[in-house]
Design a protein around this ligand. Sequence first.
Ligand code: HQG
Length: 180
Amino acid sequence: MKNNDKRIGKFLSLILRHQPEKIGIQLDKNGWVEVSSLLEKIKVYYPQLDQELLEHLVKTNDKQRYAFNDDKTKIRANQGHSVSVALAYEAEKPPEVLYHGTIAAFMKSICKEGLLKMNRHHVHLSQDIETATKVGARRGKPVILFIQSGKMYREGISFFKSKNGVWLTESVPSRYINVT
Ligand code: HQG
């Protein structure tokens, strides 16, 4: 992906997940915004961003972070919000084990409190170790946690899978966490 695409992608994440007010737009209750209004308002920062480039960015985004509605008149982020939106994903049965990448500095607190959602809506879990390793490596030397998601599910805890394959849950109590 070209550098500039990456910059626009980061800005889109900021707008669609955290600060829509930065360009004077509002997300609806499910996190959608009209593409026409997004393109109009984002012009101040990225005048080159048109429907075609936006479609290209959505399609080529490394983590499929954004989605259009069926007729491509609306767009939203698939997950990762800090602003309040109802993404309306259906609860689903997770695999027996999921993974979470973090760093050693957080481990004392994680062992005590479990995994908390911090600024986001959910705790984010990965389906494979490789992805969890990348998530942890954003902050330093990754530590991979093995989450007993099957057990959590059987004990009544809900899981959701975002459109781009990230598993989401409210919190992970420490009794379900194993460290390698
Ligand atoms: C840690 C990126 C201390 C947690 C990634 C993490 C992911 C605790 C940090 C997505 C804790 C929160 C999410 C506790 C959790 N005490 N630290 N009790 N509970 N933590 O960014 O999972 O590029 O909100 O381990 O790829 O790192 O944005 O969550 O280190 O999919 O699409 O608190 O964000 O995707 O950090 O990353 P985050 P995350 P995007």
